[in-house]
Design a protein around this ligand. Sequence first.
Ligand code: MRU
Length: 357
Amino acid sequence: MKVGERYYRSIWHDKADRGSVHVIDQRRLPFAFEVMTLRSVSDVYDAIREMAVRGAPLIGAAAAWGVYLSFLEHSSGKKNETGNVYNAVISDAQRLKSARPTAVNLAWAVDYMTGVMKFFPDADALCRAAEGLCDEEAERSRLIGVNGLRVIEAASSMKGGETVNILTHCNAGWLACVDYGTALAPVYMAHDRGLKVHVWVDETRPRNQGSRLTAWELLNHGVPCTLITDNAGGHLMQNGMVDMVIVGCDRATASGDVANKTGTYLKALAAFDNGIPFYSALPVSTFDLSVDRPGQIEIEERDAGEVSTIDGIRIAPDGVNVSNYGFDVTPARLITGLITDRGICRADKESVLKTVS
Ligand code: MRU
């Protein structure tokens, strides 16, 4: 994606310094566009945990580079036996996986990289593998855009070319992926093709990924959008102001249930009640075929301070109990379709397995 006159991905390897990987520090947006350099597996762990990098596909891509950086660290300098390096990287890989529990792309990417290391215990091979994983993730997002464009085109023609109003939650744009996005990829594509689109952007408390990141991305790309409070969507849907909902996904079960940022489920319920199509957009790397029931997905519980404060200022009385679940699961029965890089499939086991395997 372009920022100013320069083309960016959300993560890239430094060609001149093989021990450096660059990311955009998402904690600073929209107020500052800052590139951050990750030089060790600990840097990667911290960046994921502190959410300098976030969004399921990007977390996976960052973790892939984390395994590469771990290998570089453990294999350089002092003489190291291959077995020792392997064990040290596996231990780092386990820690990386624990940085955030819900987005399955993290474990998927780490397992892929340690699998490569098993057969090719070599820094160049791991560098190529991480680079390849990023390229594939970007291509998957592009294809999600191509496939999702069809539903926006259909809505546009049903409305005689009038503006298609799309509601989204959290940030599933290019910042959250390597490029293009998941939920936002079809929106960018529709806008670039000249279709009239407008996005309702949920602010997405408590971390405000909608107001801070999605609104910034859409404005940066020139897509008309309106920021709304998280609870406004139901009213908009009741009053015919939403044509479809498109959200991202952090983990999808084999049955088509979708874990995404807290509040997604409530949007799906409201969409269902109002007969509005509800789509989740995701690459095949976000399916976890080892689970087939919503309750089997681990839901991240985050720090109470994210709810009781905003930018360090308390907004709740001292001593109040706080609960902060980062994600919820939308059951398949509320989902109109899953927009994947391999096409749009129904949210049921048969269609999921046919699409993914
Ligand atoms: O906690 P976050 O900001 O990492 O949560 C991200 C989301 O819930 C996104 O919707 C999800 O990763 C979509 S994939 C681009």
